[in-house]
Ligand binder design. Structure first.
Ligand SMILES: [Zn+2]
Length: 274
C-alpha cells in the first residue's frame, strides 16, 4: 500500500516538474537550420495555447497565440519596399522591417509609410559593417544609437526592437572581437532592448535564389508555435518580393495568423557562438 502511494506521489512530482520546465521557457533557443522542438505536421489542426507569464522571464509578455508567422525583412529600405508594402496592404498582413542606415534618406517616405500602415520599423544597423560594429562594444552601441535616432526622426518612435547583423549566432564577429556577442546581448537584455533572431530562413540571402526556392524554404519550415521568418528587403531581392504573396496565401490557407514583432513577441534566440 505504502509503495503504491509513493509511486503516485512520484508520478505527480514528475508531472509538476515537467510543467514547470515547460512554462518557464520564454526564450526559445534554436540552432540555425534546425527544426524547432515544437515542430508538428502542418496538416494537424492544433488548438491555440496561451503561455503563462513567468517571473523568470527577462521580458514580460501577455499572451502568445500559436501558429503565428512573423515576416521580417532585413537590410531595407530599398526600391522594393513600397512593393512589399503594397502586397502586405492587399493581404492585410503586418510585418517587421529591420532597417539599415545607408538608404534611409532616399526612402524616408517609404519607411514612414511602413510605420503609418501599422508595421514594426525596427533596428538592424546604421552601417551594417561587421568589422566596424563588432570590433568593440562601444562601436556596436554607437551604431545602434545612430540608427535608433534616424528611425526616431522618421517615425517618432524610440524603437527597442533589434536584430543583430548576421544574427546573434554569427561567428564572423569572433574575427574582430572575442566574446562581443555575448556581452552585447547581455547588455541589450539588461537595458530594455529586445533582440530577435529567426527560426525560419527563407535563404534569400544566399545568392540569386528563385522565388520557388524562397517559397519552399519558408513554407516547409512552418510549424506549430512562433514562426519568425528571415527575408531581405534589398535591391537584389526581387525573387523575395515575387514569393511573398504566395507565402502569405499558403499561411492563411493553413491556419496561420500573421503578426508584427513587438516587445511582447516570444523571443527566438539563436545559440550564441561568440
Ligand atoms: Zn542584415
Amino acid at each position: 500500500m505504502n509503495k503504491k502511494i509513493f509511486i503516485i506521489i512520484l508520478v505527480i512530482l514528475l508531472i509538476m516538474g515537467i510543467c514547470i520546465l515547460k512554462f518557464n521557457k520564454k526564450v526559445e533557443i534554436v540552432k540555425v537550420g534546425e527544426i524547432p522542438k515544437a515542430f508538428t505536421p502542418r496538416s494537424v489542426n492544433l488548438p491555440i495555447k496561451e503561455l503563462t507569464k513567468s517571473k523568470k522571464n527577462i521580458h514580460s509578455y501577455s499572451k502568445v497565440s500559436d501558429n503565428t508567422i512573423y515576416l521580417t525583412f532585413d537590410d531595407g529600405p530599398s526600391y522594393l519596399t513600397s512593393q512589399i508594402l503594397d502586397i502586405l496592404k492587399e493581404e492585410k498582413v503586418a510585418a517587421t522591417f529591420f532597417v539599415i542606415g545607408s538608404s534611409l534618406d532616399k526612402y524616408r517616405d517609404v519607411v514612414k509609410r511602413a510605420y503609418n500602415e501599422g508595421h514594426t520599423v525596427a533596428l538592424h544597423s546604421n552601417t551594417h559593417n561587421y568589422k566596424q560594429i563588432y570590433s568593440s562594444d562601444e562601436n556596436y552601441f554607437n551604431d545602434l544609437d545612430t540608427i535608433k535616432a534616424k528611425i526616431y526622426q522618421i517615425t517618432g518612435v524610440n524603437s527597442r526592437i533589434i536584430r543583430l547583423p548576421g544574427g546573434s549566432s554569427n561567428t564572423i564577429s569572433k574575427k574582430y572581437n572575442k566574446g562581443i556577442i555575448t556581452r552585447i546581448t547581455n547588455k541589450l537584455n539588461d537595458t530594455g532592448y529586445y533582440y530577435f533572431d529567426w527560426n525560419i530562413d527563407s535563404m534569400d540571402a544566399s545568392g540569386k535564389l528563385s522565388s520557388e526556392a524562397i517559397y519552399n524554404n519558408t513554407i516547409l519550415g512552418l510549424h506549430h508555435g512562433t514562426n519568425i521568418v528571415l527575408m531581405h528587403d534589398a535591391s537584389t531581392k526581387k525573387t523575395t518580393l515575387e514569393a511573398l504573396k504566395k507565402i502569405i496565401e499558403y499561411g492563411k490557407e493553413n491556419g496561420y495568423t500573421f503578426a508584427k514583432i513587438s516587445k511582447n513577441t516570444r523571443a527566438i534566440h539563436h545559440h550564441i557562438n561568440n
